[in-house]
Design a protein around this ligand. Structure first.
Ligand code: QAP
Ligand code: CO
Length: 189
């Protein structure tokens, strides 16, 4: 089932996710929903808090841009080693239409549980390493916008407010707010 992805600055995105104690069918159902929601939105990574679930679960699928990689789900991921530096223009499904340079480690080692509850260790670099850092940040209530300048963040905050207003205006029975949001869009352009 495709779930609604929360848009920053939704308060749930600032919360810390809790570890999963038992990996069972409900965990696997959550992971299936996360893959479905991420693919429907053309994303390469998604963390459970982005669909309002405060559990330490992330999904990654960088195959659209790195065909040699593979889709992967991680439960209770923990980065245990990082090396080097890389700057990459990151986006986020919770910050639609925005992208900014963020500095990350170039190479990471991550420990996690797989969908069977088995402990795994993965060392990787490239886009997957960036995605792992971006998604594990979400589990701590941290978004890429927390890594950029205050000025850039506040500009994005304004655009997200406008986006939210225009989405609400498009819902049935909201003719009045639609007019307001059209007016404000005209004034600022
Ligand atoms: C996180 O990001 C990430 O604004 C995943 O209009 C970012 O999937 C991992 C997306 C950078 C590695 C490098 C964003 C889709 C998807 C948008 C995403 C949009 C449509 C972002
Ligand atoms: Co994100």
């Amino acid at each position: 089932m495709v779930r609604e992805i929360l848009v920053w600055p939704h308060p749930v995105l600032k919360e810390k996710a809790q570890p999963v104690h038992v990996v069972d069918d409900s965990t696997r159902a959550l992971i299936a929903d996360m893959f479905e929601s991420m693919h429907a939105a053309d994303g390469i990574g998604l963390a459970a808090p982005q669909i309002g679930v405060l559990q330490q679960v992330i999904v990654l699928d960088t195959t659209p841009r790195e065909p040699e990689s593979k889709a992967i789900a991680m439960i209770n991921p923990e980065i245990v080693e990082s090396d080097g530096e890389i700057v990459y223009k990151e986006g986020c499904l919770s910050v639609p239409g925005e992208a900014e340079d963020v500095e990350r480690s170039a190479k990471v080692t991550v420990k996690y549980l797989d969908e069977q509850g088995q402990p795994q260790t993965l060392t990787t670099d490239g886009l997957l390493a960036i995605a792992i850092q971006h998604e594990t940040d979400h589990l701590k209530g941290v978004l890429f916008v927390d890594h950029i300048s205050v000025l850039k963040r506040e500009l994005i905050r304004k655009r997200m407010k406008k986006l939210k207003n225009s989405i609400e205006a498009d819902k049935p029975g909201a003719a009045k707010s639609k007019k307001r949001s059209t007016e404000s869009a005209t004034r600022s352009s």
